[in-house]
Structure formats: C-alpha cells, structure tokens
Design a protein around this ligand. Structure first.
Ligand SMILES: Nc1nc2c(ncn2[C@@H]2O[C@H](COP(=O)(O)OP(=O)(O)OP(=O)(O)O)[C@@H](O)[C@H]2O)c(=O)[nH]1
Ligand SMILES: [Mg+2]
Length: 451
C-alpha cells in the first residue's frame, strides 16, 4: 500500500490507544510522541508536525466527549480529523465540465516528475468515464518525448497528436488546430527542466497563453518529500497552477512530507500516482487516505465491539471507586451488569490487554459465567442495606436470601467469600497506579487464577 511505513506506525499508535484502559495526560503524551515519530520519519516538516500534534493534545485534553461517545473514541476521532485536515480536507479530483468542449488540462513539472506517465493515467481515467480523450505532446526538447507519449496513448487507446520535427511548442499547438474540437478532454504534455528556470517559466507561460488550459496541474514526485512545498509555491507563482498531482507515492517513504507540504501551500492535491501502470492513479481523498493509513476499517470494528458494552466513564468511575477501597456488593453487582452487557466472559477476556496471556482455561471461564448468573439472583434478593454493608449478612439473613433467590446456602456463602477476597485484593491495589497493575497482571501469564 501507499506509505506503508507511515501507515504501520500510525496503526501502532491507534492500537495502543484502543488497548489502553485509561485516557490520561500521560497516554496522550505518549500517543502524540508516536504520531510525531511516525510523521517525521515520513519527512513531514517538523514545524507542521508540532502544530498538528499540539492541536491533537489540546483537543484531546480539553474537549469533553459528546454524550454517547467514550473518551477513547473521542481521541480516535480527534486524531483522525486532525490528520484529514493536515492532508487537505476535501476530496479533489477534477470534474470535466460538459459545457466546455474540449476541456484542456495541461501538465507541468520538472524532469522525470511523471508528467507523461500521468497523462496516460488521466486519459484512461476519463475515457473509462465516457469522455472522448486526446493527448497532445508539446515537449519539443527531449528527442524521444513524442514517441513516448504516442506509446502511452496507444496503450490506453486514445488519440495522440505529436510531431517530432516542429521545435516550437506554440507553432506545434497551432498546427493541430481544429482537429482537437471533437474531443471532450485534451491532455497537454509539456517539457520538463532540471529546475524551475527562467526558460521553463517563459515556455510554460507562452504555451499557457495559447492553449488557455482549464486546469494547469503540477506533477510532483513524492520522493522529494517536504521540498514539495517550495516547488509547489514556485510553480504556482510562476504560472498559476490550479492543482497538484503527487506521483510515485508507491516508491518512497517520504510521501507524508510531499502530501502535507502541498496541503499547506494551499495547492490542492487532485490526484495521486501510485505506480507505473495506467490504472495506478487515485483521486486524492484525504478522508479515505487517512482512513486507510490508520486502518480505520479494523478500528471501526474494534470501536463497534466496545460500543454498547461498558461506558468508559462508568468503567473508570467504578475502578476509581474500587481502588479507593470503597467497594460493596452494589459495586460488585454493577460490575457484573457491565460484564454481562459485554458478552461471554471468554470474549471479554480477549479484549482486555494482557489477559489473553493469562491462560485461563475455557471451562473455568464458562463456570465463572454460570456463577455470575446465579449471583445476580442472590444480589437481587438482598436489601439495599445489605448490599451497602455486606458485613450485616449473618446466618439468618443468608437463609432468607437463599430462600428468596432459590439458591443454596452454599452459593450465598461462596458469593460472600468472593466479595471478601475481592475486597482484600482491592485493598492491596489501593493507591497503586492502575496501568502498572494491568501490566503486572499481564505478565502473570500461565499462572493459575482462582476465582
Ligand atoms: N513507481 C512509480 N513510477 C512512476 C510513477 N509515475 C511515473 N513513474 C516513473 O517515473 C519515470 C519518469 O516518468 P515520466 O512520465 O517520463 O516523467 P516526465 O515528467 O514526463 O519526464 P520528462 O518528460 O523527462 O520531464 C518513468 O520511469 C515512470 O515510469 C508512479 O506513480 N509510480
Ligand atoms: Mg515527459
């Protein structure tokens, strides 16, 4: 895929986020650092990176998630939105107006940027959409340029207008005259140079004057990274480009740099080139692009799974309460309700980071599930007073509860034992950092767990 390394790094960040239990400043800091690392290694400008990550941090810590959205989901949304904004917001591409016939698109750019190849890609793209397309070669400098364009046109089955003998692009254009009128779209290939020299500007200007293009597109090779910004600016000032096509995104780790640099100059990226073949062209759509970089398909599935289960705020409040040592049967009851909403215990365990490595046998988990069902009946038969202060539950009350819930006395005793054990563990955990505790539990792989 395009920008594999940037994508992998950002996916890693999101995994960390979805696997974390709490959203706090430390986690946001870590997250922001990883986003920085990922973007910097993709040659994005340092200043831009810091602007972006400051915004992510500020919003993540400052904004309250709207109701129904967990803090974790909210942070995911913020990172996604800011990255989309960073890469240019709207979906681009070019609409060929049927009112203007022919519609002229002229491609400009430095040597080897990918102009001629991109002409072939655009020709295929628009003829696939029912447009009658022709290509015109105005690169009069490179000896075999006209033959290359002719070949490109043949490959995608569109007409080409080329001539290897005429050495003046304005004269050459005029020679094609009315022949172009029958096409919906005419793509004009121009000559490149080593740098944006006075010569090149002069030539582009004179060609532009005679062609009167509806769009002038600058083709930039992605491997120039953040230098794309200077090139885009220079070309824009010299000949008023209306958009950019970033080519060769498939072959470089610097793609993040070229895309973000263009976005910041305000030069809209209309298409991206992702390979040498005529079909390797994509409309640049920042939302889709960022979504793919982040593997949002997977992410959505993950968020979907967590949705409707435990509300993050509720879970956090519950664990805070537990860690304060203030834990009674009502909390245990609530916790069970939340667990039940999440589905079978084995599935819940899979989602808890580190718990997968605990090796809890399946039958133990299933047994635990049954036990929880039975406890729910027991707790339903307790008075509010008993739930708040389980120490009140003596022999007589146990009998009453057993009768009320239709359970054995042994079941009630087992529940109370579990409660006392939980409380003991919670006392031990009191004042400890919950993240460290999770890590510690995660490391206890292979140990037998007693419920
Ligand atoms: N991998 C990859 N290669 C590309 C892409 N676009 C163009 N190329 C290659 O880049 C090289 C230069 O492409 P051209 O289309 O000839 O570039 P140009 O801008 O017309 O070059 P000049 O006419 O010499 O100025 C060719 O080998 C293309 O196959 C792309 O998106 N991905
Ligand atoms: Mg060329």
């Amino acid at each position: 895929m395009v920008l594999d390394s940037l994508g992998d790094a950002l996916k890693g960040v999101f995994k960390k986020l979805t696997n974390s239990v709490y959203i706090n400043e430390r986690l946001i800091d870590e997250l922001v650092k990883e986003v920085q690392r990922a973007l910097l290694s993709s040659d994005v400008n340092v200043k831009l990176v810091f602007e972006l990550t400051n915004k992510i941090k500020e919003r993540s810590l400052g904004e309250k998630p709207p109701s129904g959205v967990t803090p974790k989901e909210h942070v995911v949304k913020i990172v996604y939105e800011e990255l989309v904004h960073f890469f240019g917001k709207e979906k681009k591409g070019i609409e060929i107006s049927p009112k203007k016939k022919p519609f002229f698109i002229m491609l400009v750019g430095l040597f080897g940027a990918g102009k001629t190849t991109t002409i072939g890609k655009l020709a295929k793209y628009y003829s696939n959409r029912g447009k009658k397309v022709a290509v015109v070669g105005l690169d009069v400098h490179r000896p075999a340029a006209h033959l290359q364009l002719k070949q490109v046109a043949e490959k995608v089955k569109v007409d080409s207008f080329v001539d290897g003998k005429v050495k003046d692009p304005v004269k050459l254009w005029k020679s094609f005259g009315k022949d172009l009128d029958k096409y919906d779209l005419v793509l004009v290939d121009t000559a490149g140079r080593d740098a944006l020299s006075g010569d090149l500007v002069k030539e582009i200007k004179s060609v532009s004057k005679i062609v009167e293009p509806d769009e002038i597109l600058l083709v930039l090779s992605a491997d120039i990274g953040q230098a794309a910004s200077d090139q885009a600016k220079m070309f824009h000032e010299a000949c008023g480009v209306t958009g950019v096509i970033v080519s060769k995104l498939d072959g470089t780790a610097k793609g993040g740099g070229s895309l973000s640099a263009c976005a910041v100059t305000g030069a809209p990226i209309k298409f991206i080139g992702v390979g040498e073949r005529p079909e390797d062209l994509e409309v640049f759509n920042p939302e889709g692009f960022v979504g793919r970089l982040l593997g949002l398909g997977d992410l959505e599935a993950l968020l979907e799974k967590a949705k409707g289960a435990v509300d993050e705020g509720q879970a956090e409040e519950m664990s805070k309460k537990m860690l304060s040592g203030d834990f009674n049967l009502i909390d245990m009851y609530n916790q069970m309700g939340a667990m039940k909403k999440m589905g079978p215990l084995a599935k819940v365990m899979e989602m808890i980071p580190g718990a997968g490595g605990m090796n809890i046998p399946k039958d133990v988990l299933e047994g635990q599930q049954d036990k929880m069902e039975s406890w729910k009946f027991i707790l339903d038969s307790c008075t509010k007073e008993e739930l708040e202060d389980p120490d009140l539950i003596g022999r007589n009350r146990i009998e009453r509860i057993a009768n009320g819930s239709g359970r054995d006395i042994a079941d009630i005793r087992s529940l109370l034992k579990q409660y006392k054990q939980s409380k003991k563990v919670i006392k031990m955990m009191k004042g400890k950092d919950p993240e460290k505790l999770m890590k510690k539990f995660g490391k206890m792989g292979g140990q037998k767990f007693k419920f």
